[in-house]
Each structure stands twice: as C-alpha cells, then as structure tokens.
Design a binder for this molecule. Sequence first.
Ligand code: GLU
Length: 316
Amino acid sequence: MAGAETGRFAPSPSGRMHLGNLFSSLLAWLSAKAAGGRVVLRIEDLDTRRCTRAYADQLEADYRALGLVWDEGGSSGGSHGPYYQSRRGKLYAAALESLRRKGLVYPCFCTRAQLHAASAPHREDGRTVYSGACRTLTSAQAEERARIRPPAFRLRVPDREIGFQDGHLGRYAENLERDCGDFLLRRSDGLWAYQLAVVVDDAAMEITQVVRGSDLLSSTPRQLYLYDLLELTPPEFYHVPLLLSPAGRRLSKRDGDLSLEVLLARSTPADIIGKLAYLAGLNPTAEPRTPESLLPDFSWDKISKGDIFLPEELFS
Ligand code: GLU
C-alpha cells in the first residue's frame, strides 16, 4: 500500500537472540504495526564464517513463538528478495562500482596491526578513526601492493557534519572525517561491509523506518552519506535504548542465561513480551502480554531514551 510504513527485523544469525535483540525487534514491530504498516525480515548473514542457516531458521522460530510475525522476507520470501545478505553480493558490487565511478573509493592495504597503531586520534568513546594511510597511494603503488596482499576498499569521507533527526533521540550529527575517517565498503577477505549492505538493502526493500539499538546511532551519519551518494531515499531512524545486565554491561550473545533458548524454556512468550514491554514503559506492570495487545497504547513518548538496567530478579 503506497504511503504505509515498512519496518524491518535485521538480525545477524551468529547465535541465538538475546533480550536486547528481542527488545529492539519488539519496538520495531510495534512501531510499524501501530502505524498500520508491515515488517520485513532480512537475515544479515554477511559474515559467512560466523552466521549459519541453522541460526537463521532458529531466529524465525523464535520470532514466531513470540508472536512477532513478519509480513515478508526470511524463508517466506516476497517480492524484494533474496532476503539473505549472503545472496545479495551483486547488488553490493553494483553500489561499490557506482561509488568507484565517482572517484570516491580507494584500495586499502593496511593490516590489522597497522590500523591499530596508526589510527589516530582515538576518540573518547574508544572508536578509532582511520588515519588515511592508503588515501594518497598512486595507482602504481596500489598495483605493486596488490601483488602481495588483496586490498580492502574504503570510501573517502568529507570534512563536514552529517546530521539527522532521530525519531526517538532527536538531533545527532558527526563530522565524518573527524569522527570516523574513510570507512570500509569491502574487506580484504571479500566480505561486504555492514554499512554498505544495510543501505543498499533498506533502500531496495523500501524500508521507511529503521528501529534498532542505539549502539548503531553513530553508524547513521555514514549510512546517510551513502544514501546521498547512491541517490537513494533514506528511511526514518529510531534508535532504542540498550538493555544492560545488572552489572551494567551491554547484553551480548555471550550472556547465555538471558538468551531466548534459556528464557523460552522457563517462561511463556507472553511472560517475556510483558516484561520487555514493562521495561520499555509500554506495560504498567510486568504482567504477561501479547505483542498485539500492546498496539493500541504504543507511543514513542513512553519509551526511555537512556539505556535500561535489567533488574536482577525480573528474568531469573
Ligand atoms: N544486523 C544488525 C544486528 O543484528 C542490525 C543492523 C541494523 O539494524 O541496521 O545487530
């Protein structure tokens, strides 16, 4: 339907979902559905050494069990497929080629150790900024080096602020040169970089709203720069709080006790959804809820902007 919202789940099948992944997915589903829209499932399996089809199938089973039903994508297919990034290399190659024709792509031969030693300055938040070591290589020098080591490919970034209005967090901007440096489009081992793939795919799949964890907030200016260069229309972005373990760490796939495998074994789907909705500010108590039952009262205004501590006892 023209004009309707399309949201997405974009999980990486490198393990079982944890509560933080599920929290973002729940909010993505509610946001799209509350607006009368649809949800696409795209499997982000670019890293073919860590991602498996078995995990992708398990993610689908988990979403279904929790009542987070998607309208298009994953193994159900649809008109914007394939929905597995590992099968979309041709599209990424075409985008890389169009950036190359603009003179904005260069090969990078830096090793991991060189990157670590030379990437200066390190920002306060621990992110490193690419030094630009390979930016000025002549084509003769690049050819010479390519005989020894296959290159990665980087995008030249401008010395200017790129900002946007996040639907949940408000204005956010970065100077790409100062805060990030020339970033990777393709790695030296041939794997496509997340930044390129996510832009190509969200545009090709006609996604109108991206709801995801705030750990990806600082990726957004890079992605907006790519939308601009590739002449694609960007979606709206909503970055949602991260869930922190009682010790204050961000949840990760290593937090086995908060993986869905363990949680679904000892509680019902409605228990889990009800508790997450409570943490989000969308359920007055931690009582069990279905995703549908949360739709009438869904509002971004109710949701915290800061990260959320998981109370020790809530899921134990
Ligand atoms: N695949 C990413 C993840 O699982 C999400 C990327 C995105 O939402 O843009 O963390």
